[in-house]
Design a protein around this ligand. Structure first.
Ligand SMILES: Cc1cc2nc3c(=O)[nH]c(=O)nc-3n(C[C@H](O)[C@H](O)[C@H](O)COP(=O)(O)OP(=O)(O)OC[C@H]3O[C@@H](n4cnc5c(N)ncnc54)[C@H](O)[C@@H]3O)c2cc1C
Length: 394
């Protein structure tokens, strides 16, 4: 306990009480393996190769990385995860991550699947939000294309994209829910921003139903957030905002380098962290017109958000603020926040194993490359294993 009654992310008893000894053991083994970058590099290469030659890998992936980071192959199979999370006051965001879909038929299938997540969340308090990636509803080519250069065919395809996005937002509003629009690479993001702002303007008149995403590893996004809040106030809608640091840093830098334009990414991590903090604080200072969703695995950011709320006299369970982490990651943050009454939700990715592979490879790489994060998670898991065996022997 501390003066402001902030959560202690080092409290492993609260952090891992949702895990059986067996699950904790699996987590420990997995994070031990992920802490070896060379092993992750070899594993990722093998997984990509197996996918390319259609070699069956489900038997190896399902009980290991898939069980750690995904809910199940479909919504019904994710039920146990949803129930377990809710038992510990953590809500679910079902994340159907179809990646690299391109045909109109596949885009329609993704849209129907996302509508199923909206329906699953309807009147079920265990769910916090629905979510979608715009690149699951449009081809990347169309998102990236200059709208003023659209052909007749492009225009028709774009109308179908708008229709898919609108159908998800309308169904969410109808169900009294909320929906997050993920942020993607900069060359796709202008089109996504436009779509997201249109949807917020249409559906966020009374409260925030649609949330757009701002990536603070971009040096232009703090200003974008402030301008968006001003535009929203002028037009009379509430901004729903998911703040994240951003997932595509290497890709962004590499492309900017290759194409010879200035990198959209901050010059270093310190600048990203500073803008992330400023964005948190901006949202808290404008809560009447900006509702906040903080997606981060960074202990300091999560703790400073708690502290900023406390300093401003904002209740831990203020419905305008949600904390969030991904399933299988940063449980010490998630479950300690939940135990302190904050609104906290986990992204629960689900889908067929083959389709989840790119997501799993990203999680593996992220866990092996984020400085200190895996080490911290592993240290806490080891601490809890020791605490449990100590309490058995006492
Ligand atoms: C619930 C949730 C939803 C998410 N949704 C999205 C989304 O819609 N779109 C998206 O892009 N990402 C999304 N992410 C991923 C997120 O953007 C980060 O990649 C990830 O969470 C790691 O950042 P962090 O804040 O957790 O922690 P940290 O470990 O503190 O930060 C790592 C991040 O800092 C930034 N960074 C690292 N090194 C540097 C450097 N040298 N210079 C500048 N910046 C640097 C990068 O963004 C890196 O990912 C989401 C994450 C969560 C938890």
């Amino acid at each position: 306990m501390n003066e402001k009654n902030l959560p202690d992310f080092g409290n492993t008893e609260l952090a891992f009480r949702h895990l059986s000894d067996k699950d904790l053991g699996r987590g420990r083994l997995l994070f031990e393996l992920l802490s070896r970058p060379w092993l992750v590099a070899v594993g990722s290469f093998m997984a990509k190769l197996a996918l390319a030659i259609r070699f069956p890998i489900s038997w190896a992936v399902k009980p290991t990385v898939y069980a750690q980071f995904c809910g199940g192959e479909h919504i019904a199979e994710s039920e146990a995860t949803i129930a377990m999370l809710y038992k510990h006051n953590v809500r679910t965001i079902l994340d159907y991550s179809a990646e690299g879909v391109d045909s109109e038929k596949e885009l329609d299938i993704t849209c129907s699947e996302i509508l199923k997540t909206v329906e699953a969340a309807s009147e079920d308090p265990r769910h916090a939000f629905a979510v979608f990636k715009p690149s699951g509803l449009s081809t990347n080519g169309l998102l990236a294309k200059d709208k003023s250069k659209f052909s007749q065919t492009d225009q028709e395809a774009w109308s179908r994209v708008e229709r898919r996005v609108r159908s998800i937002c309308a169904a969410t509003a109808e169900a009294g829910g909320r929906v997050l629009i993920d942020a993607e690479e900069t060359w796709l993001q202008d089109a996504i921003d436009e779509l997201a702002e249109d949807m917020m303007s249409d559906f966020n008149r009374e409260t925030a139903v649609v949330y757009t995403t701002v990536q603070l590893y971009r040096h232009d996004r703090l200003d974008y957030l402030k301008d968006l809040a001003t535009r929203a106030e002028e037009s009379g809608f509430i901004v729903g905002i998911k703040l994240v640091r951003g997932a595509y840093m290497e890709k962004e830098r590499e492309r900017a380098d290759r194409k010879g334009y200035p990198s959209p990414i901050q010059i270093d991590k310190k600048h990203t962290d500073a803008d992330f903090d400023s964005a948190l604080s901006f949202c808290l200072d404008n809560l009447d017109k900006v509702h906040l969703f903080a997606g981060s695995h960074n202990e300091i950011s999560n703790l400073s958000l708690c502290e900023m709320m406390s300093d401003r006299g904002i209740e831990n369970n203020d419905p305008r603020i949600t904390f969030s982490q991904l399933l299988g990651m940063s449980d010490p943050i998630t479950f300690n926040l939940a135990a302190h009454g904050y609104n906290v939700a986990k992204y629960v990715p689900y889908g067929p194993i083959r389709e989840a592979m790119p997501y799993l490879i990203r999680r593996a790489k992220e866990n092996s490359s984020v400085e200190g994060q895996t080490t911290r998670e592993l240290t806490l898991i080891r601490k809890e294993v020791a605490r449990r065996s100590q309490s058995i022997s006492n």
